[in-house]
Design a protein around this ligand. Structure first.
Ligand SMILES: [Zn+2]
Length: 183
């Protein structure tokens, strides 16, 4: 059934109506307007659904609230073996025991790293920057984080770093970053 309406105009009008690119509309409706569809076939109307949703940090929530509210870094210590995790864990994966919160100094040592020159939009303005595993003082594991420094070429394993807090904090892991400390 060749359609009698101007397909391109229909694509453009509906693209504008729901805020979706014309190409996407055309791609989905080419068969309707440029192909062979029987007049009795189900007619589909384009529309768009936006989803607002929340996700939870669960038992790691305090870690993020302490950063956002108090600019404090916390680890989690296993009540049995005493190992300290940061990022924190609710339970120790080695002895299956609960952990307890432990405030950290926020200083640590860069263990290994890479220099990032190409990034997604979140970090695009920061390139080049160092991204590496830091062993925080008083912990037994590594945290992956950005290390901001003027000359990224000066980064080296064993470099001492300290945690810094963004001025505007949203309760996300990007609320913190590391910078080198001169010792
Ligand atoms: Zn343990």
């Amino acid at each position: 059934m060749p359609t009698k309406i101007d397909a391109q105009k229909w694509y453009e009008r509906n693209s504008k109506r729901i805020g979706v690119p014309v190409d996407l509309i055309r791609q989905n409706y080419r068969e309707e307007f440029e192909g062979e569809k029987d007049i009795g076939e189900p007619l589909e109307i384009p529309d768009k659904m936006e989803v607002f949703y929340k996700y939870t940090y669960g038992q790691q929530s305090r870690f993020f609230r302490e950063i956002r509210e108090n600019q404090k870094l916390y680890g989690a210590r296993c009540k049995k073996c005493g190992k300290v995790f940061c990022p924190p864990r609710a339970g120790c994966p080695h002895c299956f025991e609960d952990t307890e919160w432990l405030p950290l100094e926020g200083t640590g040592t860069l263990v290994t790293y890479t220099i990032v020159y190409f990034s997604n939009s979140v970090f695009a303005r920061k390139v080049p920057f160092v991204c590496g595993y830091v062993k925080l003082d008083g912990t037994d594991f590594l945290i992956l984080q950005s290390i901001y420094m003027d000359d990224v070429e000066k980064a080296r394993p064993g470099m001492r770093v300290k945690v810094c807090y963004q001025e505007e904090r949203d309760g996300r892991i990007t609320d913190i970053y590391f910078t080198p400390v001169d010792e």
